[in-house]
Design a protein around this ligand. Structure first.
Ligand SMILES: N[C@@H](CCC(=O)N[C@@H](CS)C(=O)NCC(=O)O)C(=O)O
Length: 166
């Protein structure tokens, strides 16, 4: 992938942006980070993602790529070495989670939640899912990008309480 790669993202709170961060790190691609405050979005973010106005946006030599899964596909297509990001996500075990809501990395972050949900899965499928999560979270690249646990707990407790009181 050529130079001039910028990733618009939040510090840690966007799981979608984290997808793109992990993909770039796993592929060993150098990029510049542009941190966004989602309560006060920059003119650049609004310019490059005028419809949805969301992070992540990957800017490659001035060309914006929006939406985390599209970014993964783009990185996959541009960086042929090191295996496919999407095919590793797209196993029968993990594929349903892509459409479910929590992105693959969030499966690990919400481990206790997933364990609860996974009780609906067949035993073999659950074991595969948990083994996959364990492998994933042991990866040094993933560990390096891990969001701060305390802040994350604080955030998701607040989100949970807000939803319960709605
Ligand atoms: N489908 C999008 C979702 C991206 C998304 O929802 N980003 C959130 C942060 S987690 C955002 O930028 N929200 C700002 C807003 O809704 O105004 C993707 O996969 O990239």
């Amino acid at each position: 992938m050529a130079e001039q790669l910028n990733l618009f993202r939040t510090i840690w709170s966007s799981r979608y942006a984290l997808r793109a961060v992990l993909a770039l790190k796993i592929k060993g691609v150098d990029y510049q980070t542009v941190f966004e405050d989602l309560k006060n979005k920059s003119a650049s973010l609004l310019h490059y993602n005028p419809i949805h106005k969301k992070v992540p946006v990957l800017l490659h030599s001035g060309q914006p790529i929006c939406d985390s899964l599209v970014i993964l596909e783009y990185i996959d297509d541009s960086m042929r070495s090191g295996g496919s990001l999407l095919s590793s996500l797209n196993t029968p075990t993990t594929e349903p989670w892509l459409g479910f809501g929590p992105s693959s990395e969030m499966k690990r972050l919400c481990h206790h939640c997933i364990c609860g949900v996974s009780s609906f899965l067949k035993e073999k499928c659950r074991r595969k899912l948990l083994a996959w999560m364990s492998n994933f979270s042991d990866d040094p690249v993933i560990k390096e990008c891990w969001p701060p646990r305390d802040e994350m707990v604080e955030k998701y407790v607040a989100v949970g309480e807000a939803q319960l009181s709605a």
